[in-house]
Design a protein around this ligand. Structure first.
Ligand SMILES: NC(=O)C1=CN([C@@H]2O[C@H](COP(=O)(O)OP(=O)(O)OC[C@H]3O[C@@H](n4cnc5c(N)ncnc54)[C@H](O)[C@@H]3O)[C@@H](O)[C@H]2O)[C@@H](O)CC1
Ligand SMILES: [K+]
Length: 552
C-alpha cells in the first residue's frame, strides 16, 4: 500500500526529521532540488538546444527548492532564470540562502512581472510558488502572478518563440512523453501544483496546471483526488531521505484527516486463496436484493460481478416479473421473488420471508434498480433489521434511506454504503459541490459518525473505514463512467466478502479491482465499455491474485 499525506502531516514529518532526528533542512532541500533538476534536465533535453528554463519561486521553502534546482541546472550549462513572487526579505532562511548562492553564481533573479518581457519565453517552467505551506485562498499579487504564469503555460501571451519543431530532435522526449513542438512550456510542479490544497485537492482560487509533479517523501493526498489530480500530471515521489519514524509526528493543530492509503498491484495478494478441497458453500452465499418491474439489468450485473469475483452461490431476490429474464440471463443464479402486493398486504409474512433469506446469506447487496415505489421502504427496513451479515447498500437502497432518515438507526458495523456524489448529497443534505470539494472529509465524517464503511464513488473513489481509515483509489479509466458500472462494483465487493474479507478491506480492494477491470476493458478503447465486460474483466483481474490460478 502506498501512503499519502496531507500537507500539515507532511510539514510535521518534515519538522520531525529536522528537529528530532537532526537532518539539516538544507540537506533535505538539496536532495529535493536535485530530484526536480533531474526531471527538468530530461524535459530540457527533449526540447533541444536553446531551451530556457524558468524557476518561478515564492518566498517559502517551495520557492527555495525552485531556486536550488535552478542553480543545479545552471551549473550543468542550461540557460536558467529565476522569477520571484512575494517579498524576498520576508522569505524563509532557506530561501535567502539559496538566493544568495544563485546570485553569487550569476544566475539572473528577476521579479515575476518581468516574465512578460523575457524574449523567447521559456520551454520548461519549474513551479515553486506554493508547496504544502499553502493555507488560504490565493489573491492579490500572487493571483496576478499565477494568472500570468497560466497564460504562459497555455501559450496565450505569445512570448513563446522557442526552437521550431524542425530544430527539436524528434523522439528525444522520455518515452515520447514530452511535446516535440515548442508551442507550450513543460511545467514541472515542485512538490504539488501551486494553488492546489495538499489535503483536499481543492483549487484555492487559482492553480497552475503541471505536466508532471515531483513530490518529496510521500505523495500528497491533494494530488490523488480531483481536481488536484488533474492539475498534477504524472506524479513522481522522490526519496529525499525522510526516515519512516517521521510519520509518527502529529500536525500542530489536531487534524483528523492526515493520512490515506492507496492499493498497489501487490495488494491483490490480499485476496484469499481458493482452496482445493472446497464446494460452492465454502465461498460464501451472496443475496442480491435488487431490481423492480421492468428493471432487471442492475440485479443481473451485480450478481454477475459477485460470481466473477469469487462468490460460490448467488441468489437474486427480486420482483416476480424479473424471474424469467434473470433466469435466462444468468442461469447460475438462484431466483427468489416477491410481489409488491404480497409485501404491502402481509407485512409480518413478508418480514418472516426476509428473515429466512437473511439467515441463508453470508453477504447481502441491497439496492441496485429497486426503484422508488413506496414498498421499497419496507423492503429496506426488513433487510436492515434482520441481517446480521455484511450489507452493501447502493443506489435506490441509499435513496430510500435518504428519504426516510430513520432507517439509519438500523446501521450496524457490517454496513457498507457505495454512494456516488449525488447519492451522498441526498444522504447528508449537503450540496454535491460541497462533497466534491472535500471527498476525504465527506467519506470520513459519514463513516465515523455512523460507524460504517463508506465508499464514496468518483473518478478517484475514496473509501473510509468505520474508524476513519482512508483509502484513495488510483485504478480505473473514464470508460467506466457508464450505466451499470456501479452495479458491478457492488457485486465485486460482495464476492470479496463472500471469500472472507472484512468489510473495509473488501471495500477498498474491490474498488481497486473494479478499476483494474475497467483498465483491462479500456484496452479496446475508452468509449465502448459495457458493464458486462467489466464484470468479466474483474474475473481476469482476480485470476492474477494469490489464489486465482492455483489448482492445488
Ligand atoms: N527542509 C524543509 O523544510 C523542506 C521543505 N521542502 C519544501 O518546502 C515546502 C514547504 O515550504 P513552506 O512551509 O515554507 O511553505 P510554502 O513554500 O509552500 O509556502 C510559502 C508560504 O506562503 C504563505 N502562504 C500560504 N498561503 C498563502 C496564500 N494564499 N497567499 C500568500 N501566502 C500564503 C505561508 O506563510 C507559507 O509558509 C514544501 O512543499 C517543499 O517544497 C522541501 O525542500 C523538503 C525539505
Ligand atoms: K509548487
Amino acid at each position: 500500500m502506498k501512503t499519502l499525506l496531507s500537507g500539515r502531516k507532511m510539514k510535521a514529518a518534515d519538522a520531525y526529521a529536522i528537529e528530532q532526528i537532526g537532518i539539516p533542512s538544507v540537506v533535505l532541500m538539496e536532495r529535493a532540488a536535485l530530484a526536480v533538476a533531474l526531471r527538468a534536465e530530461k524535459a530540457a533535453d527533449a526540447f533541444g538546444p536553446g531551451c530556457h528554463i524558468w524557476a518561478l519561486c515564492g518566498a517559502g521553502n517551495n520557492g527555495a527548492d525552485g531556486v536550488a534546482a535552478a542553480r543545479m541546472l545552471h551549473l550543468k550549462g542550461y540557460r536558467t532564470t529565476i522569477f520571484m513572487a512575494g517579498r524576498e526579505e520576508k522569505g524563509t532562511q532557506e530561501l535567502q540562502l539559496q538566493l544568495s548562492i544563485a546570485r553569487r553564481l550569476g544566475i539572473p533573479v528577476k521579479t515575476w512581472e518581468r516574465m512578460k518581457e523575457e524574449p523567447g519565453g521559456c520551454q520548461v517552467l519549474l513551479d515553486g510558488l506554493f508547496g504544502v505551506g499553502l493555507s488560504r485562498e490565493i489573491e492579490g499579487e500572487y493571483k496576478r502572478c499565477m494568472e500570468l504564469a497560466g497564460e504562459i503555460l497555455t501559450g496565450k501571451n505569445g512570448i513563446q518563440e522557442g526552437p521550431s519543431s524542425e530544430s527539436v530532435p524528434q523522439g528525444t522526449g522520455i518515452y515520447g512523453k514530452y511535446p516535440t513542438t515548442s508551442s507550450k512550456p513543460w511545467c514541472i510542479a515542485i512538490d504539488i501544483p501551486s494553488g492546489i490544497h495538499s489535503g483536499t485537492g481543492a483549487v484555492m482560487e487559482i492553480a497552475l496546471q503541471a505536466d508532471e509533479t515531483v513530490t518529496f517523501g510521500w505523495e500528497k493526498m491533494g494530488t490523488a483526488v480531483y481536481p488536484g489530480r488533474s492539475f498534477a500530471g504524472t506524479v513522481t515521489v522522490a526519496d529525499i531521505g525522510f526516515p519512516k519514524e517521521a510519520l509518527q509526528a502529529e500536525p500542530e493543530e489536531e487534524e483528523p484527516i492526515s493520512i490515506a492509503y492507496a492499493c498497489e498491484k501487490a495488494d491483490l495478494m490480499r485476496v484469499p486463496e481458493r482452496k482445493a478441497y472446497s464446494n460452492k458453500g465454502t465461498f460464501g452465499r451472496v443475496l442480491i436484493a435488487a431490481g423492480s418491474k421492468n428493471m432487471s439489468g442492475a440485479a443481473y450485473l451485480s450478481a454477475l460481478g459477485a460470481y466473477r469475483s469469487g462468490a460460490g452461490l448467488v441468489k437474486i431476490l427480486t420482483v416476480e416479473e424479473n424471474r424469467a429474464v434473470l433466469q435466462t440471463l444468468l442461469p447460475e443464479a438462484i431466483i427468489a421473488s416477491y410481489t409488491p402486493e404480497q409485501l404491502l398486504g402481509g407485512r409480518e409474512d413478508f418480514k418472516e420471508m426476509i428473515e429466512e433469506q437473511m439467515k441463508w446469506a453470508d453477504v447481502v447487496v441491497l439496492g441496485p434498480g429497486l426503484g422508488n415505489e413506496p414498498y421499497v421502504e419496507y423492503l429496506v427496513e426488513d433487510i436492515l433489521t434482520s441481517a446480521f451479515v455484511p450489507v452493501i447498500i447502493d443506489a435506490d437502497g441509499l435513496n430510500t434511506i435518504a428519504s426516510h432518515p430513520y432507517l439509519t438507526s438500523y446501521y450496524t458495523e457490517n454496513i457498507v454504503i457505495t454512494p456516488h456524489l449525488g447519492e451522498m448529497a441526498r444522504l447528508t443534505g449537503q450540496k454535491t459541490e460541497e462533497i466534491q470539494a472535500d471527498l476525504f472529509g465527506a467519506a470520513f465524517s459519514y463513516a465515523t459518525h455512523y460507524g460504517i464503511t463508506c465508499v464514496l464513488k468518483d473518478a478517484a473513489t475514496v473509501t473510509a473505514g468505520r474508524e476513519g481509515a482512508l483509502y484513495i483509489n488510483t485504478s480505473g479509466t473514464s470508460a467506466m463512467a457508464k450505466a451499470g458500472s456501479g452495479d458491478v462494483l457492488t457485486g465485486i465487493l460482495a464476492g470479496l466478502m463472500a471469500l472472507g474479507l472484512e468489510e473495509e478491506e473488501a471495500a477498498y480492494l474491490g474498488v481497486y479491482i473494479h478499476g483494474l477491470a475497467g483498465e483491462e476493458v479500456s484496452k479496446n478503447g475508452l468509449h465502448s465499455l459495457l458493464a458486462t465486460e467489466l464484470a468479466r474483466a474483474a474475473g481476469t483481474v482476480m485470476a492474477g491474485t494469490k489464489g486465482g490460478n492455483k489448482t492445488e
